[in-house]
Design a protein around this ligand. Structure first.
Ligand SMILES: Cc1ncc(COP(=O)(O)O)c(C=O)c1O
Length: 404
């Protein structure tokens, strides 16, 4: 008789977005006349930029002719894309990352969930609290997190690094020594960032204790301030301790197209073994590459036209972010994020919990956000609003919240 991977049974239900969906649907069914504005999910809404569409059309045509048809992609991804990434995302920022240290994938969710596979089950992970749930759940599935405590909503073998107002939503070096440290900046859900000097401390710490930092830079394109690093490889010594994850979802609207990449520097080693070779082995064995058409679309992100159009797209979302941030601050709410990130982190008013505030906003002003509790215990009294809606809806939602 077969047996299950029991670790999956330990996972608490994926209640967050399904509970939100159920509540919103029930409200909409009971009040069909109300216009509900959704600023909850982290999905983009603007169409793909013309330069990307053009590149995709061209690639589709190539696929229709024997002479230019493409089958399986090379294991690491096409060189044209890896070269464009190495040049534009790294070399231009003074970071040493070679094209053959870049692994093209279909997005950062898979990579952030899969990367733990190349590490021992005995490794101890450290995560920010609140956190993008994939980091923890993928380690639960691998049996690395111990037992779940329903009361505290924490795992016995996970090191939690609270990111709260008192520390500017930036994690502090943990007291207990971790082996794997997940960091995400600009952060989902808090929208917080850390400076290059702060990130350098993490790099120095990881090199000192022999830990690996898994650095999720999915929101890098939203960075506006000069002292916020775009890549962990801007820090000295990161090549011996850090893996970086990137996504085309939020900088180029690829949430439905699917493209991302992971950087594993060849200097990152455990004894004599380069993590690069392990990830290459995993990639080659379990993944057959992002589609040629999509990789050509990714290349167009780095064209002059693509860069200009995407700068505008990011600016569109950031205009929303600023409207939410300033509008709610003026109305007396305690808000943060929204400067280098498309997320605004809002303190639920009057001592409400995040779910109480969710219900309140849905019922009183028909605005949907995401309760912070869904991202970890330190999110219990916070609420996430996203800047990914239309400008008109964003303005209307903020004006409604202001007047409650
Ligand atoms: C922090 C973070 N990492 C990764 C992802 C997933 O990115 P992708 O669409 O490339 O899978 C998201 C998506 O919301 C995210 O917030």
């Amino acid at each position: 008789m077969f047996q299950l991977n029991e670790n999956y049974l330990k996972l608490p239900g994926s209640y967050l977005f399904s509970t939100i969906g159920k509540k919103v649907n029930a409200y909409a069914a009971a009040h069909p006349e109300k216009k509900i504005i959704r600023l909850g999910i982290g999905d983009v809404t603007q169409p793909l930029a013309p330069a990307i569409i053009e590149a995709m059309h061209k690639a589709v045509d190539e696929m229709g002719k024997a002479e230019t048809f493409h089958g399986y992609a090379p294991d690491l991804g096409y060189e044209f894309l890896r070269n464009a990434i190495a040049e534009n995302d790294y070399k231009s920022r003074g970071c040493e990352v070679a094209a053959d240290e870049i692994f093209i994938s279909d997005g950062a969710k898979c990579d952030s969930g899969n990367i733990q596979e190349i590490f021992s089950r005995d490794n101890k992970i450290a995560v920010c609290d609140p956190v993008y749930p994939v980091y923890v759940d993928s380690n639960v599935m691998a049996g690395r997190t111990g037992t779940y405590d329903k009361e505290t909503e924490t795992w016995s073998d996970v090191i939690y690094m609270p990111c709260v107002a008192e520390n500017g939503f930036a994690p502090e070096l943990p007291k207990q020594t971790p082996d794997l440290i997940y960091l995400c900046f600009p952060n989902n859900p808090t929208g917080a960032t850390i400076t290059k000097a702060q990130l350098q401390e993490w790099v120095d710490y990881a090199n000192k204790v022999g830990a690996v930092i898994i650095y999720d830079a999915a929101y890098e394109a939203y960075i506006a301030e000069a002292d916020v690093p775009h890549s962990i490889y801007e820090c000295e010594g990161a090549r011996t301790c850090a893996i970086e994850l990137r996504s085309f979802s939020k900088n180029a609207g690829f949430t439905g197209v699917r493209l991302g990449f992971t950087v594993v520097p060849k200097d990152l080693k455990c004894g004599d073994v380069a993590l690069h070779s392990l990830w290459a082995r995993r990639h080659g064995t379990k993944y057959n590459g992002a589609p040629y058409i999509v990789q050509r679309a990714g290349e167009a992100v780095y064209s002059e036209a693509g860069k200009a159009q995407l700068k505008e797209q990011v600016a569109y979302y950031m205009k929303n972010a600023h409207y939410i941030l300033n509008g709610l601050r003026d109305a007396g709410f305690t808000v943060s994020g929204g400067v280098n990130a498309p997320y605004i982190w809002l303190k639920a008013p009057n001592g409400m919990t995040s779910w109480e505030f969710f219900d309140y906003l849905l019922e009183k002003v028909n605005v949907v956000g995401t309760p912070g509790a869904g991202f970890g215990p330190s999110g219990e009294t916070y609420f996430r609003l996203t800047a990914f809606g239309s400008y008109e809806n964003t303005v209307e939602a903020v004006d409604r919240i202001r007047h409650i």
